[in-house]
Design a protein around this ligand. Structure first.
Ligand code: C2E
Ligand code: MG
Ligand code: MG
Ligand code: MG
Length: 291
């Protein structure tokens, strides 16, 4: 009986699904390998200040270089990492790498830099997260002020009291909290008031075509006003052209991120951008002192 049942189940098995499952398993195995053999990299994308286009914060964006040296998108492998229970390990790795960067930039005498790190929704349900973060900070001897965690509105669907507790413990380490992809998920304005939120990131879907689409512009403007009225910083993501940049500045948006300013790039390039910015500023200050 069991055998015939098994066979009938097999017949119902969708070949497309099987193909998908196989692909998924191979990604999972390769991802474990990549983690062990350090085939993962972090790229950083500057968040520019719209008043002078300089930056003192960057977003950490993970990259996976496959055997052919091609980058695999985090959109492909982060969901697999979540399913496979590898996401904590990946996040720990991102956090360690980011701490090393902060220590390095500090050793060069650069002005303090903040790194924004993306968290998967599930990680926020881990009671040990704040303690893990605290330990890593202690290990490198740096303050939480150098970090911001990006979470998504999906979190608002969870036990909100629990989320509030975890976020408050993270906030107590001086780590900031940003809501990523704001406007695309489950927004409850009440939670903006109740949770310790420092930053709203306008989702790029509202920004990419902002100049051609008045409805996108209306939504972006509303988020900027919301942030202003609540005392929450606003970052626009996905700025690809000058007109969008000028528009956002005029609307009073604080920071912006996008290909128009800088693509996500390796740590070395970010270091040289920071050094360049630093020396340009010093020349400027020396000029003022000489006057
Ligand atoms: P996100 O956090 O919303 O990151 C912004 C995405 O927009 C990045 O894609 C970035 O490369 C891209 N982007 C930046 N500027 C522009 C622009 O001007 N135009 C366009 N079209 N795109 C722009 P990326 O690097 O492929 O990352 C995709 C997503 O993967 C991220 O979305 C984030 O949710 C996730 N992710 C990346 N790194 C990590 C990580 O370390 N941990 C976790 N849990 N998730 C990560
Ligand atoms: Mg992000
Ligand atoms: Mg985003
Ligand atoms: Mg996004």
């Amino acid at each position: 009986h069991a055998k015939s049942q098994g066979r009938s189940n097999f017949q119902h098995f969708d070949p497309a699904l099987e193909q998908f499952a196989l692909q998924y398993l191979s990604i999972e195995n390769k991802l474990r390998e990549a983690l062990e053999q350090s085939h993962l990299e972090i790229h950083f994308q500057p968040q520019v200040n719209l008043s002078n286009l300089e930056f003192s914060s960057v977003e950490a964006l993970i990259r996976w270089k496959d055997d052919n040296g091609k980058y695999i998108s985090p959109m492909t492998f982060i969901p697999v990492a979540e399913q496979a229970g590898l996401i904590n390990e990946i996040s720990n790795w991102v956090f360690h790498q980011s701490c090393q960067q902060i220590v390095y930039w500090r050793s060069l005498g650069l002005s303090p830099v903040t790194i924004s790190i993306n968290l998967s929704p599930r990680e926020l349900l881990d009671t040990h997260l704040p303690q893990r973060l605290q330990h890593i900070l202690q290990e490198y001897g740096i303050s939480g002020e150098h970090f911001e965690l990006e979470i998504t509105e999906t979190m608002f669907l969870e036990d909100i009291k629990f989320v509030k507790k975890v976020l408050s413990r993270i906030r107590a380490l001086n780590i900031s909290i940003a809501i990523d992809d704001f406007g695309t998920g489950y927004s409850s304005l009440r939670y903006l008031q109740q949770l310790p939120i420092d930053t709203l990131k306008i989702d790029k879907s509202f920004v990419l075509h902002l100049m051609d689409n008045p409805q996108d512009a209306a939504i972006a403007n509303s988020i900027i006003s919301l942030g202003k009225n609540l005392g929450i910083k606003v970052v626009a993501e996905g700025v690809e052209n000058l007109s969008t940049s000028l528009y956002l500045k005029e609307q009073g948006c604080d920071l912006a991120q996008g290909f128009f300013y800088h693509r996500p790039t390796c740590a070395e390039k970010i270091t040289s951008l920071l050094l360049h910015q630093h020396s340009a500023n010093n020349t400027h200050i020396q000029g003022m002192l000489a006057e």
